[in-house]
Write a protein that binds this ligand. Structure first.
Ligand SMILES: NC(=O)c1ccc[n+]([C@@H]2O[C@H](COP(=O)([O-])OP(=O)(O)OC[C@H]3O[C@@H](n4cnc5c(N)ncnc54)[C@H](OP(=O)(O)O)[C@@H]3O)[C@@H](O)[C@H]2O)c1
Length: 410
């Protein structure tokens, strides 16, 4: 993680205020914050220049909760900037049981360290969402109609927060969403998009993942007998990976390393082995190698939770090409010090990184859900843009605590 600079400090304080930021409350928070130090003046300067910039941009108005509930505006034709956009109505406290935004671990990195946000302040969090289509872009295809229940991901690289979830409307691209199957609620649907799209990138892309042929490519899948090891398998991402690898692709040996409290769920998802992640490294390595039928068979690892990838490196075969895909940044050069034939990369979730798979993936996902292959993950709900509750969840993600994910009804 980057050091906590003045800019990060400002970003953190902004995060504490949630999406309803205004200069008066920001200044009050800065001056009352016990951790403020001599750099506070600089922090306030950041705030003032940010908010001045915001005030000069009437085309992308900042939406406060007050203004949202008082003026639910419909999008105008001039709001459409690309041919594949649709409007998704996020109904503020009207029919909140059908409108849902997931607040996920990466949102805490966004709040505290600017992940995906960088200098695009002010910004809005929430990129895994479900809602109701309010209006179609002029050239969108016939896949979606007004009133459809849809779920999907925001483009986190988009230069403005118009695609983000924790606000009234989000403009989404039609190749980054799908119709919510009738078998699940909007809350359940919102638990899925970010993690399941990440899994598709991890499984089917060459640049970031394991480069398996995707089901929509009609190529034979010839890897069913080759084991895959998952580290950090207590994560929701790992459970989804296991389900797709075993139930869609037919991989026969998925070896998972997680707290044993996950055992029943991982076996049900299709894992062949659940090895206790709290054992010593030596014991984990011995058990994984035995489960794989020998160290020489360990050539594919998906690491969902580590920030340091020494364990993955030690697990790999020593003299075969191998592939490490991770959900946190990985230092490939470091891994190659002991495994020179290993290609290691971060699976970075953006719809763009799905590449040519994007449209097929989103069209296939509802069928996987209806068939029970992909299941919503556990969640609890908060009604309204409750700054304290949302920040508490973000604080816990930031502290690395495993916890049930949050779905917000804005
Ligand atoms: N790169 C990307 O684009 C991308 C996309 C999606 C997610 N992510 C990141 O991937 C991670 C997983 O996401 P998620 O939503 O699936 O998380 P999650 O469900 O909230 O994961 C929580 C679980 O992680 C496990 N865990 C925590 N620290 C661990 C450690 N040091 N070693 C092994 N396991 C550990 C714990 O499982 P136990 O029960 O075993 O203790 C905990 O219950 C998050 O950090 C998230 O930000 C990255």
């Amino acid at each position: 993680m980057k050091p906590f600079t003045t800019k990060h400090k400002y970003r953190y304080l902004r995060g504490r205020l949630g999406p309803c930021i205004d200069i008066k409350s920001l200044k009050a928070l800065i001056s009352s914050d016990p951790s403020s130090n001599s750099k506070s003046d600089n922090v306030i300067k950041h705030a003032e220049s940010d908010l001045r910039l915001r005030d000069r941009q009437p085309s992308t108005p900042w939406r406060t909760r007050d203004s949202l509930s008082k003026s639910r505006r419909s999008p105008s034709q001039s709001d459409f900037s690309s041919r594949y956009v649709i409007w998704l109505l996020i109904q503020v406290a009207v029919v909140s049981n059908t409108i849902s935004i997931a607040v996920l671990p990466h949102d805490s990195y966004g709040r505290d360290h600017g992940l995906f946000i960088g200098d695009k302040l002010p910004f809005v969090l929430g990129s895994s969402l479900a809602g109701i289509v309010e209006q179609l872009g002029p050239e969108s295809d016939s896949t979606f109609g007004i009133g459809d229940r849809v779920f999907g991901i925001s483009d986190v690289t988009y230069p403005t927060p118009d695609q983000a979830g924790l606000q009234q409307y989000a403009i989404l691209k039609t190749d980054a969403i799908a119709i919510v199957p009738k078998t699940i609620s909007s809350d359940e649907a919102a638990t899925l998009p970010v993690n399941i799209a990440t899994i598709a990138i991890a499984l089917f892309t060459k640049e970031f993942g394991l480069n398996f042929p995707a089901p929509w490519e009609n190529e034979p899948f010839t890897f069913t007998d080759e084991p895959i090891v998952i580290l950090g398998a207590g994560t929701n991402a790992a459970r989804l990976f296991t389900r797709v690898a075993t139930k869609v692709l037919g991989v026969k040996n998925v070896i998972t390393v997680a707290s044993l409290s996950n055992k029943t769920e991982l076996l049900e998802a299709g894992a062949s082995y659940v090895i206790d992640r709290h054992l010593s490294d030596d014991a984990i390595i011995a058990e994984v190698h035995e489960a794989a039928g020998g160290q020489a068979n360990v050539t594919r690892i998906f690491d969902c939770a580590s920030w340091d990838h020494h364990l993955a490196a030690a697990l790999f075969a020593t003299d075969k090409p191998s592939r490490l895909s991770t959900l946190h940044p990985v230092d490939e050069a470091k891994v190659r010090e002991t495994r020179p034939l290993c290609k290691a990369s971060l699976v970075l979730m953006t719809n763009g990184n799905l590449g040519s798979h994007a449209r097929d993936f989103w069209q296939t996902l509802p069928r996987w859900i209806e068939a029970g292959i992909v299941r919503p993950t556990a969640f609890y709900t908060v009604d309204g843009l409750d700054e304290a509750k949302i920040n508490k969840q973000l604080d816990e993600y930031a502290a690395g605590k495993g916890l049930t994910h949050l779905i917000v009804h804005p």
